[in-house]
Design a binder for this molecule. Structure first.
Ligand code: FMN
Length: 284
């Protein structure tokens, strides 16, 4: 027997879409699944971590993050560091990425999980529409994830189920998730969300348009916004731009044109193939 958990952060909803496919697959196999959205449900998260710590059964955690500035979200990495040590713990990191580059996110999540002694029994990168391109008619990654991506994830869940039935589940080999060429990886190590803060345009609240409705506050995935009486950003803002995308009055303004160009350039430069991919141990 083992217990399954799905943790994710998903400002624009595509990582949640993948998490739902995983959950459905697990439930279809008769498993009870605990799902927790990182950044929002601190109380549930603490309880769930306690449950992982206390159970004597095997545990398998699916952990999802979007790729931001070539890395997993810092809040997802911080969550991994908090994971309790457990005798028989397994994990499956998964990322969604917007076609620029999936970067080092999976490799870094994998390393952090191994450091907590979670055995990697699978992983996935899933192509998604780029969440900074919602204003465009032809965003990079339009229509993704699609039904083929869903099938790929369903298959991953089935393989993991089989693997976890073994007395000793097979793990991914050490370097399986380090798929970026070293020169590219070195370049990506220099990037971070902190640096992206300096590259992304400032959001400006247009006080003539803002009517204080609070939709931006509700839609912020990390509770970084308060109305005073106009939206004010706290330091934990992750730059997802949900506030701007969701504002019914279009009162939050920023010019993303240069970012759109940069995304297309990067998509052209890095050309990851295949765009969506699952990683499973060779012997399974
Ligand atoms: C601030 C920011 C940085 C991003 N950086 C990258 C990146 O480095 N590479 C990439 O391919 N996509 C990047 N994206 C796009 C997201 O990874 C992609 O759209 C993801 O699927 C969003 O997940 P969500 O829908 O769960 O929020 C970025 C998006 C944002 C908002």
């Amino acid at each position: 027997m083992y217990k399954t958990f799905v943790f994710y952060c998903s400002p624009a909803g595509t990582t949640r879409q993948v998490a739902e496919v995983i959950e459905k697959g697990l439930v279809g196999n008769g498993r009870q699944v605990i799902v927790c959205e990182l950044g929002k449900e601190e109380e549930k998260l603490s309880e769930t971590l306690r449950e992982i710590e206390e159970t004597r059964e095997r545990v398998c955690l699916f952990i999802g993050s979007p790729v931001y500035a070539s890395h997993a979200l810092p809040l997802v990495m911080d969550f991994i560091v908090r994971l309790p040590l457990h005798r028989q713990a397994y994990a499956v990191p998964f990322v969604t990425w917007g076609g620029a580059t999936s970067g080092l996110a999976l490799a870094e999540m994998g390393e952090a999980l191994k450091a907590r002694e979670y055995g990697l029994v699978g992983a996935a990168r899933v192509m998604a529409v780029h969440s900074l391109m919602w204003e465009l008619e032809n965003p990079v990654g339009a229509g993704r994830p699609d039904s083929a991506d869903d099938r790929m994830i369903e298959n991953l869940v089935a393989v993991i189920e089989r693997n976890l039935q073994r007395p000793e589940p097979v793990r991914l080999s050490g370097q399986a998730l380090s798929y970026q060429p070293e020169a590219v990886a070195a370049e990506m190590r220099k990037l971070s969300l902190k640096i992206a803060r300096g590259i992304l345009p400032q959001r400006v609240v247009n006080k003539d348009l803002c009517n204080g409705c609070g939709v931006c506050v509700d839609q912020c995935p990390v509770a970084a916004l308060t109305l005073e009486p106009y939206p004010v950003y706290a330091d934990n803002c992750i730059l997802c731009f949900n506030c701007m995308r969701c504002c019914p009055e279009k009162a939050i303004e920023a010019d993303l044109t240069a970012i759109h160009e940069r995304v297309r350039e990067r998509a052209e430069n890095y050309k990851e193939d295949p765009l969506s991919k699952v990683f499973i141990p060779a012997e399974v």
